[in-house]
Design a protein around this ligand. Structure first.
Ligand code: NAP
Length: 239
């Protein structure tokens, strides 16, 4: 998909990767970027092409209102994500539910809410689901979160054939660690949000169904297709 001239919407756009995506979209020539956040007042920069939008992805009434306001979206980037569920033996059910509510149910509800909008996009539309390398192989210290991203990946695969017939492409992004609040306490090499955002948009422009936006995910990603058990072992030993 051509980013230049597109009308994008990014969820969770107030900080981290979402904020970097808004900046990268403007840089790449998007005609308009809806920067959606639970608290739209936190959207500060970006210039005239950036439109702040209130959107908690777990609130159906806010999704409906956003789809009405942003009725010209051609590129929907589901970036909002939560990390509450860590080790699967010590996490509580509420933590697991919180990650599934945002990362799985919220993402799907936003997609469903925006389908009428995306279906009327003149040249077809693209949905981008920001998942994680942990969708392909569990990272045990974040085992509950990994499970939610694996579920979101499965839903992404289920949507592809359903929506292709409706001229909507569905892409998955599988990043390695990004230097944001989400993994502030994890000591490991991380890619900057700006570099990850640029890698992500390059993958969207190519139309990659699976986008590996940073050097670590590219390494692990190519390894995954050759040896899925190898990724499982590597992530387990990185814990
Ligand atoms: N950081 C990593 O290492 C990493 C690696 C792979 C994938 N990812 C994925 O990349 C995406 C962005 O994460 P990040 O690293 O930028 O994390 P982050 O800095 O923690 O930001 C998370 C963003 O999601 C928003 N959000 C959470 N729940 C929401 C909800 N119910 N409705 C709307 N927005 C919500 C947050 O909004 P508030 O400010 O209101 O909380 C915030 O803007 C996530 O999907 C994450 O799982 C991250």
């Amino acid at each position: 998909m051509k980013i230049e001239g597109s009308v994008a919407l990014v969820t969770g756009a107030n900080r981290g990767l979402g904020k970097a995506l808004v900046e990268a979209l403007v840089e790449a020539g998007a005609a308009k970027v809806y920067a959606a956040a639970r608290d739209a007042r936190q959207i500060s920069a970006g210039g005239a092409r950036v439109i702040p939008l209130a959107l908690d992805t777990t609130k159906p009434e806010q999704i409906a209102a956003a789809a009405k306001t942003a009725g010209d979206v051609t590129l929907l980037i589901n970036n909002a994500g939560a990390l509450n569920a860590h080790n699967v033996l010590t996490m509580g059910p509420a933590e697991l539910e919180a990650d599934f509510r945002t990362n799985v149910v919220g993402t799907l509800d936003v997609i469903k809410g925006f389908l009428p909008v995306l279906e009327r996009a003149p040249g077809g539309a693209t949905i981008v689901n920001v998942l994680s390398l942990a969708a392909l192989g569990s990272f045990p210290p974040l085992g509950g979160y990994s499970a939610s991203k694996a579920a979101a990946y499965s839903i992404t695969q289920a949507l592809r054939p359903e929506l292709r017939a409706r001229r909507i492409e569905v892409l998955a992004v599988l990043p390695g660690p990004i230097d944001t609040d989400m993994v502030r306490d994890l000591a490991m090499p991380k890619t900057s949000p700006a570099d990850t955002a640029r890698g992500l948009l390059a993958g969207v422009a190519r139309g990659d169904e699976e986008i590996f936006p940073d050097p670590m995910s590219r390494d692990f990603g190519s390894g995954f297709y050759a040896d899925p058990k190898g990724l499982e072992r590597t992530l387990a030993s990185a814990a």
